[in-house]
Design a protein around this ligand. Structure first.
Ligand SMILES: [Zn+2]
Length: 431
């Protein structure tokens, strides 16, 4: 469910891309692999240990099919809910309320409007979020979460997103007021520093509100990982373990942060369920993101998606207001009452642009897989690790074209296993 609001003005596109690097809720599948043994280099008997891609279980198929309907519902809801609020003139009444309470002060009106709107959407979305995030996850055996932890996570989520939304909305409406013709360009360019700041503070200020991050408990494994990091050319890297077992039974790992908050985070579920050699492949993949500069590159490329999206929002928004302004109760985009209208258009734009962003993400994930294989030379560990991920996360090895286009931030597990089976140039005979 999409309860966050204006944070999405910028974050929505990037979230898709970064979901592979910093996946928030176990919804994405990062990288995993296993190793029969950790071989440091040459000629592993890869051909002999080819890993077959198994058929998905009936439970995994059911999880996917029901998940598809939920996804369609969520997309429609994320467009219909703000659209309804705008088109019925309800947003203008909310703005009057906020403006009266703020005694007409500009910034306070925007802040209050965003707080009221966020709270409203949060409450409306709560039953659906409860079903999707709690009931359903437990029904499929994917969750360990207590109801109080789930509620805690929701409340932290809405608090953080409201604060970020207030700041972003103030910036966006400030630009809309000062430069009604070029605001989309300036906001698009501002997405780079904004994201960089977000990525800088998220690991230290926001993530710890949800889970406990600490040093790895298995020191032997930690030593192997630091050893691997040394070979990958990463000095003094931070590897943290997070207690995701309080939330989920699924497995994952990710890189996050920029500059001095850069880190690789391993879910404790992953450490518990994978063999050490498989964990090392996963780490190799995450180190690949790190060494290949994926986080920074993604942040720098963000304006390429955000600027066209905001340009479209500006263009279409003017036309909608010209035609329906009377019903909306506002006559320009710089009125904060336009927020739900902006949200609706941003959802549509992000749906249209998501195939491009996701294709970029998949290419980046593939690069990280290749990096990990070249680092570990452990094809068997890699392939069996993905296999384990398929079972533990109720994955579908070959999800089909529509899913791939609109939802897959990573190559399919089937493709990743195939690649791990076939990619071993170091052991191929020289031509
Ligand atoms: Zn990755």
């Amino acid at each position: 469910m999409n309860s966050a609001i204006s944070i999405r003005i910028i974050v929505i596109f990037v979230a898709i891309i970064l979901s592979g690097l910093a996946s928030p809720a176990g919804t994405t599948i990062a990288a995993a692999g296993t190793t029969g043994q950790t071989n440091q280099g040459n000629a592993s008997p890869v051909a002999a240990s080819r890993v077959e891609v198994p058929e998905p279980t009936p439970l995994a198929l059911q999880y996917r099919r029901t998940g598809d309907w939920i996804w369609i519902f969520n997309q429609a809801w994320a467009i219909l809910l703000p659209g309804t609020i705008a088109f019925l003139g309800f947003s203008a009444r909310l703005r009057d309320l906020a403006s009266r309470a703020a005694r007409g002060r500009w910034a306070l009106t925007i802040g209050l409007y965003v707080v009221i709107y966020s709270a409203l959407v949060f409450v409306v979305d709560l039953p659906i979020a409860y079903y999707e995030g709690f009931i359903r996850q437990h029904a499929y055996g994917l969750s360990n979460q207590s109801l109080s932890k789930w509620l805690h996570n929701r409340l932290v989520g809405i608090s953080v997103s409201t604060i970020v939304s207030v700041l972003l909305a103030t910036l966006a409406y400030g630009l809309l007021a000062k430069s009604p013709r070029r605001w989309w360009l300036y906001l698009g360019l501002a997405s780079v520093p904004l994201l960089a700041i977000g990525m800088l503070i998220q690991p230290i200020w926001i993530d710890p509100l949800l889970n406990t991050y600490g040093p790895m408990k298995n020191h032997e494994l930690e030593r192997s990982i630091l050893d691997l990091a040394g070979r990958a050319g990463i000095e003094g890297s931070r590897v943290l373990e997070v207690d995701k077992s309080v939330d989920t039974t699924t497995i994952n790992a990710y890189v996050t942060g920029v500059w001095n908050t850069k880190r690789i985070v391993l879910w404790d579920t992953l450490i518990a369920k994978l063999e050490p050699a498989q964990v090392l492949f996963v780490m190799g993949h995450e180190m690949g993101h790190y060494v290949l500069g994926h986080v920074i590159r993604t942040i720098c490329l963000t304006p390429l998606v955000v600027i066209p999206a905001l340009f479209f929002v500006d263009w279409w928004g003017r036309r909608l207001i010209a035609r329906h302004g009377r019903g909306f109760g506002f006559d320009r985009l710089s009125d904060v009452a336009s927020l739900p209208l902006l949200m609706m258009m941003i959802e549509i734009a992000s749906l249209v642009l998501s195939p491009a962003a996701l294709a970029y993400s998949r290419a980046q994930e593939h690069e990280a897989d290749r990096f990990a294989l070249e680092l570990t030379h452990d094809n068997h560990a890699a392939a069996t690790g993905f296999l384990k991920m398929q079972t533990e996360n109720l994955g579908i090895p070959r999800p089909g074209i529509v899913f791939t286009l609109f939802r897959a931030s990573h190559p399919s597990l089937g493709d990743r296993i195939d690649f791990c089976n076939d990619y071993h140039p170091w052991s191929d005979p020289p031509r």
